[in-house]
Structures are given as structure tokens and as C-alpha cells.
Design a protein around this ligand. Structure first.
Ligand SMILES: CC(=O)SCCNC(=O)CCNC(=O)[C@H](O)C(C)(C)COP(=O)(O)OP(=O)(O)OC[C@H]1O[C@@H](n2cnc3c(N)ncnc32)[C@H](O)[C@@H]1OP(=O)(O)O
Ligand SMILES: CC(=O)C(=O)O
Length: 520
């Protein structure tokens, strides 16, 4: 492994500036522990001068011992025309008692004159005074040069003076920020290289994703000599977000052979991303590089065939390296190689060239044409295979059902009821149930009837129910596709139903869900 790159995670500071993000103190503590476990160098925990929650969080952090990471408190240079001691934002940074302080300051002349409205000289003094203050208190100080690239392009002399002012005061690192996220990779490379030549201090890079370039820009910064990379772990942040560290870390560590986190932690890159997304209440983007659920999902039949023969034919790395998984998706663009593992689960004697394999593929394509989509509903597709191979007979029959929705005219709740008749081993069972809607009532009555024969169904409950209108141009006569996710507490499975009637589509998916559970 070549030189070390320091990873600076700002999920709790710049990430918290992202739309829809609101961490509780306990969420923040969990994220700190996850990042420390992963082994990033710095965790920027927030801005203690900003709000009571951050203050409380920094108080809690004082009693927490971390294994690898250093906690960073973030704040601005002192306000104009006052001393550092008089500035409450500066004193609150000190009271946070962190080993490291990140100070952001202006390096674009326009921001100095038109946003903070002070003189160019006073801004240089604000940077110098603030960093001197913290260095005298024995702190490690990182200087974030806000808008550095835009500033350099507009007035390079002044932008470099801002950096010099920080270095003269003893800054341990100067971080070049593409605050507006509008700079292109080649410019990042050239400007970072210039700064690395001019200053004998650690140079860092902090990129925003407004042009979709934040990861590429961070990599170009490193190629130009930066040894410290700032971002947020799964890329969220203000506007279009920050550089995504769950992409950058494996890019640096696996592709460029630069050490960022302890090598034994690389396999935890995916689980950390999923944990942080869950705490943040944000769904992880399916195709997020390295860590997304679909990052190693193969759908095209020829690709699945290639991966089955040699995984590197369509994978840039093995998913297990970063703790992710390979998935093969069933669909109308599948070939025999995709369905074969599922067929073999039912009958191991069937091969790729058996006639049964071709007839199953033909059936898959016919059903997908009718509106079924099996890539998320493998349980239903396994039942299709079993039925086609004559290896399955449903243990129950739904003889009839009726659902009634009731609306109270004078207000009150909408209720629905369902009556169902099932037959198991020639024995009939008729039940009725109420629900908060017809599908809910139907699900309850079906389960109640079948639980008489199969008590194990008591463990099963629905965890997700999705409806999609398939041919919207047909308005109310359109087909609908219902996907149901079920669990028994140990396993989770997904089933599908398609019909022009939403109740019937739901019943088909519910029936498959119960059949699959009884078959397990
Ligand atoms: C690029 C970045 O991500 S920088 C970080 C941005 N993050 C945040 O702003 C989140 C945390 N911020 C906050 O909680 C609040 O803005 C606070 C508590 C820090 C300040 O609140 P207020 O005092 O009410 O000021 P307000 O937010 O309205 O305006 C910002 C002030 O900071 C000043 N300021 C902005 N940048 C700097 C800087 N680098 N150095 C010194 N002062 C600065 C502005 O000039 C303005 O001062 P003014 O009121 O005298 O014009
Ligand atoms: C410091 C920072 O977050 C920025 O300039 O984008």
C-alpha cells in the first residue's frame, strides 16, 4: 500500500445541511461509533456555535472513547472587527474540547467584499487571528478555504494570500473547497497541484456534487497531491450533496492502492453505508457504486451468463471485497443462465439445454409481457417454476370471496369487511374479517381461515405493499401490479399479482405469499 490518505467525514456537519436530514443526538452517537469502527481519520461532529442539539452532542462526546477517529468541531473565522475572545462562536468551539478544530474562512475576494462585507485585509486577519488562537490552545487546526477554486479563478493572488494567512498562523492542513460544486476535474487537478507546489503543509480537498463531479474531483485532487479528503459517507449534503466517501474510499484503497482505512475494514464499507442510510431515514440509492443493493445486480441474460462463467467478465471487483452481494435479476431480458440456479433448486437434474429450461424462460417472458415483473418477486417465480415442472400442488383452494367497503356519510372512519371460503383437504372454512380497507380486510380473513389448518401462518405478516398502474392510458380499466413483501421474522420474501382489479391482484400476491411460506 502506498501513502496514507486521511479521510475526513462530514456526515454530521455538511451532511446535516442536506434536505430532509435531522439527526437526533442518539442518531449522531450511533454514526460516530460506526465511522470510528470503520476507521476514518476525522469525524466532523457539527458546529457547537450553531444550536443546542450540537452543544448537547459535544457534551456527550466528551465521555466517549474512540478507537481510531478524531472528533472535529467546525466553525467560522472570527466575525469582522471583534477579537477572537469576544466571538461566542469561537469560545463555543473551545468549550467543545475536541482535539481538532476545522475553521472555514473566505478565500474568494467577492465573498469578502459582498457577503461578509469587510475589507480584504480584515478577512486575512480574521483567518490568521482565529487559527493563531486555536494553535496557542494546543489544537490541531484544519483550515477549510471556502470557495477556494472559484476564488482562485477570479483572483488567484488573493486566494493564495488567504491560504498563506492560515499557514503563517500554523494551520496543520489547508483544505481546498469547491463549495459551489461547479468546477471540473481538470481545473481541480491543475489548481491543487499549484497549491501543493507552493505550500509545505498538508493539502486537503472538499468537493460538492452540483455538476455530478464530486467524486471525480476528489480523486483528481488526490492525484494532484492532496492527502486529506473530505466528504459525507453516503454523499448527502446541501443541494446536490457532497463527495461520497463510500465511493471514494474503495476507489482510493482498491484502485489507487492508497491507504484510507484499515484494510480489514474494507469489507464493512457496505454495511456502514446501509447503517448510516437507515439512521438518516434515507433510502440508499440502488445503484450507488460499491454499496448499493444493485451495485452488483445483473439483469441482461448475456451478462448473467458471462458472470456465471467468470465473475470479472462484468464486475470491476468482487462484491464480497466491500461486503456487498452479487444478484441475478429475473426478467424478460433474462436468458437460461439466469433462471437455471432457481430451476436447479427445484430439480437438480435439469440443465441449461433441457427443454424444461426453455419452456420456463418462454413462460417468464409471456408473464412479463402480461405485466408481471419478477426481478423483485422471486418467491412467485419459484412457484411458477414448480407448477410448470409439476412439482407443486397448492395445499389450499380459495373457493370464493367478497369484499365490501363502507363509507360513513357523516364522517368517521372508512371500514371494509371481507368474507372468504377456503377448502383444505375437502374441509371448508368460511371466515369474515374487518379492516381499514378492502385489501387489509381480505388479508385478515384469508389468514384467519387458513390458520385453522396451518397455525404457523400466525408468524407471517406483511412488511410492504406496493401498487403500480401498468397502462395508465386505460385509466380506471388499467391493469395494476401488486407487490407484497412478507416475513415470518426469519425470512423475507416478495410475491406479485397482476389484474385489472386491484383486489384480485392483491389476492394473487397474498395467495403466493402464503403458498411460499407453507412450501418452505
Ligand atoms: C460552506 C459551508 O458549509 S460553511 C457552513 C455553513 N453552515 C451553517 O451556516 C450552519 C450553521 N450556522 C448557524 O447555525 C448560524 O448561521 C450561525 C449560528 C453560525 C450564525 O447565525 P447568525 O449570527 O444569526 O448569522 P447568519 O446565519 O444570519 O449570517 C451569517 C453571518 O456569518 C458571517 N460569516 C459568514 N461566513 C463567515 C466567515 N467565514 N467568517 C466570519 N463570519 C462569517 C456573515 O457575514 C454573517 O454575519 P452578519 O450577520 O454580520 O452579516
Ligand atoms: C467548508 C465547506 O463546507 C465548503 O466550503 O463547502
Amino acid at each position: 500500500m502506498n501513502k496514507n490518505i486521511k479521510i475526513f467525514d462530514s456526515t454530521l456537519r455538511d451532511g446535516a445541511q442536506g434536505e430532509g436530514i435531522s439527526f437526533s443526538v442518539s442518531d449522531k452517537l450511533k454514526i460516530v461509533k460506526a465511522l470510528d469502527n470503520l476507521g476514518v481519520t476525522y469525524i466532523e461532529a457539527g458546529n457547537p456555535g450553531s444550536n443546542i442539539k450540537d452543544l448537547e452532542f459535544f457534551e456527550k462526546l466528551k465521555s466517549i472513547k474512540l478507537e481510531t477517529s478524531k472528533i472535529v468541531a467546525f466553525g467560522s473565522t472570527r466575525r469582522k472587527n471583534i477579537s477572537t475572545q469576544e466571538d461566542t462562536n469561537i469560545t463555543s468551539l473551545l468549550e467543545a474540547e475536541t482535539p481538532t478544530i476545522a475553521i472555514f474562512g473566505k478565500s474568494w475576494d467577492f465573498h469578502v467584499t459582498d457577503i461578509i462585507k469587510t475589507s480584504l485585509n480584515e478577512n486575512l486577519k480574521m483567518i490568521n487571528d482565529t487559527i493563531t488562537f486555536f494553535k496557542e490552545k494546543g489544537k490541531e487546526v484544519i483550515f477549510d478555504a471556502e470557495h477556494f477554486f472559484d476564488g482562485y479563478k477570479s483572483n488567484p493572488d488573493y486566494a493564495l494570500k488567504a491560504l498563506a494567512s492560515a499557514v503563517d498562523a500554523g494551520a496543520d492542513a489547508i483544505v481546498l473547497c469547491d463549495t459551489n460544486g461547479g468546477v471540473f476535474p481538470q481545473e481541480i487537478y491543475e489548481i491543487t497541484q499549484k497549491v501543493c507546489e507552493l505550500f509545505n503543509v498538508e493539502v486537503g480537498i472538499h468537493c460538492h456534487n452540483d455538476c455530478g463531479m464530486a467524486v471525480a474531483n476528489s480523486i483528481m485532487g488526490v492525484k494532484a497531491g492532496a492527502v486529506h479528503v473530505q466528504g459525507t459517507y453516503i454523499g448527502f449534503g446541501e443541494r446536490c450533496g457532497n463527495a461520497n466517501l463510500s465511493t471514494i474510499i474503495p476507489n482510493l484503497q482498491l484502485k489507487m492502492k492508497l491507504s484510507c482505512i484499515p484494510h480489514k475494514q474494507v469489507k464493512n464499507i457496505t454495511s456502514t453505508a446501509r447503517y448510516i442510510s437507515e439512521i438518516s431515514n434515507l433510502k440508499l440509492i440502488n445503484g450507488m457504486p460499491y454499496v448499493g443493493n444493485g451495485a452488483f445486480a445483473h439483469k441482461g441474460g448475456m451478462h448473467v451468463d458471462g458472470v456465471a462463467k467468470a465473475s470479472h467478465s462484468f464486475e470491476h471487483i468482487s462484491p464480497e471485497i466491500v461486503g456487498n452481494k452479487r444478484r441475478f435479476l429475473m426478467s424478460e431480458v433474462s436468458g437460461k443462465s439466469t433462471v437455471l440456479p432457481l430451476i436447479k433448486k427445484v430439480d437438480s437434474t435439469i440443465s441449461k439445454n433441457s427443454p424444461e429450461t426453455q419452456s420456463i424462460i418462454d413462460k417468464l417472458k409471456e408473464l412479463e409481457h402480461m405485466g408481471y415483473q419478477y426481478e423483485g418477486a422471486e418467491a412467485s417465480f419459484e412457484l411458477v417454476i414448480r407448477k410448470l415442472l409439476n412439482k407443486y400442488v397448492s395445499p389450499f383452494k380459495i373457493d370464493s370471496f367478497k369484499t365490501i367497503g363502507e363509507h360513513s356519510i357523516i364522517g368517521g372512519n372508512f371500514t371494509a369487511s371481507s368474507i372468504i371460503k377456503v377448502i383444505v383437504d375437502k374441509k371448508e372454512e368460511i371466515t369474515a374479517e374487518q379492516g381499514n380497507g378492502p385489501v387489509n380486510a381480505l388479508n385478515k380473513s384469508l389468514k384467519k381461515a387458513l390458520e385453522v389448518f396451518y397455525p404457523e401462518l400466525k408468524e407471517v405478516h406483511l412488511t410492504d405493499y406496493k401498487v403500480r398502474v401498468l397502462d395508465a392510458e386505460n385509466a380506471t380499466s388499467a391493469k395494476v401490479r401488486v407487490l407484497i413483501e412478507s416475513t415470518d421474522g426469519k425470512k423475507t420474501w416478495t410475491t406479485i399479482g397482476v389484474s385489472t382489479d386491484i383486489i384480485e391482484a392483491s389476492l394473487l400476491a397474498l395467495k403466493d405469499s402464503i403458498e411460499y411460506k407453507l412450501m418452505m
